[in-house]
Write a protein that binds this ligand. Sequence first.
Ligand code: NDP
Ligand code: ZN
Ligand code: ZN
Length: 351
Amino acid sequence: MQRIPAKGFAIHSKDGKFSEHHFTRHALGEKDVLIDIHYCGICHSDVHSAYSEWHDGIYPMIPGHEIAGVVKEVGAHACKFKVGDQVGVGCFVNSCKACAPCADHYEQFCPKVVFTYDCPDHFHDNEPHMGGYSNCIVVDEDYIIRIPNNAPLEKIAPLFCAGITTYSPLRFSKVKEGSKVGVAGFGGLGHMALKYALAMGAEVSVIGRSEAKKEQALKMGAKRYYSNVKDAKGANLDLLISTIPTPYNMADYLDVLAYGGELAVVGLPPRDNPPALSASALIKHGNKRVYGSLIGGIQETQEMLDFSILHNIYPEIELVTGQDIDRVYHNLTHSNAFFRYVIDMKKSFGA
Ligand code: NDP
Ligand code: ZN
Ligand code: ZN
């Protein structure tokens, strides 16, 4: 079987810049689908990975795990999709299909999960998998999300990470009509958390670190906006989702929870200064619970997409091209970013 020629935007070292990169993807297997990528969102996880902030990255690296496109070809025994269907791919592209997490539809916790980039592909000779800042991708049909054919692909792409990562803890914590939910960090993930929580009937507070996005938060439906976590002390929230990507004092965020409230941690700051919680802060904090949450499984991702379309919940996006990636990363690391940047692949490559 022939490998598939591809092109994308790669970074070659943690201090590098992005440039066009030509490579090949593994051949189309019997259950695989070849997807023509139209849009790919830029997540702050891409920045952490590209700059080796979590671990030493695998280079050259083509990030991108908020992928939306159209089916171009299907393998001989792939039966879930047909040529021309609109589809999406998120943060992982394969798993073992046999372990307990896979059986529970939490494939993201499979020991053999293949994350979409910066990860060896355990099912293809451990070749590093390349992400969605690219013109195409080949994925096992079981890891592809169906998108209705009239839905806006450019706004749907970010749902495959920013959407599912915030939808999942809201469901896990059983947010309902009247729940008091907080969102800490109001960027790509944070504004999706706000929109989902509102759709579930919650009263939402946003905690940022400046006044910059106050007006937008209130306009999107937040009841309160705090520009400093200390001001939110005593807010009595049932659930606070932290999407903060920089070092912070976690105990401050327990202070805003109600008795028995929950802190869902999804933001993952760099390894050199990770947020920590002392046993005493945890024990003295009135039966509060802290948990981490990692994206969501395929089944829940499809549920999230259906929910988003039903309730008309989409991210605020700015379209960019592959030539803009370094600038976007600069904005994301210098408090100067729009909510979600999405790469328009069709406009990104020369003729
Ligand atoms: P963005 O950069 O789009 O948004 C982050 C927001 O947090 C910005 O608005 C930023 O505001 C704000 N912020 C930064 N530092 C603080 C602080 N100390 N206090 C309050 N607000 C702060 O990032 P994303 O939403 O794309 O990603 C957020 C985090 O979530 C990243 O760490 C990412 O890796 C992680 N993530 C985790 C996933 C999971 O499965 N657990 C999945 C996807 C992402 P400002 O403008 O002031 O900088
Ligand atoms: Zn992401
Ligand atoms: Zn598994």
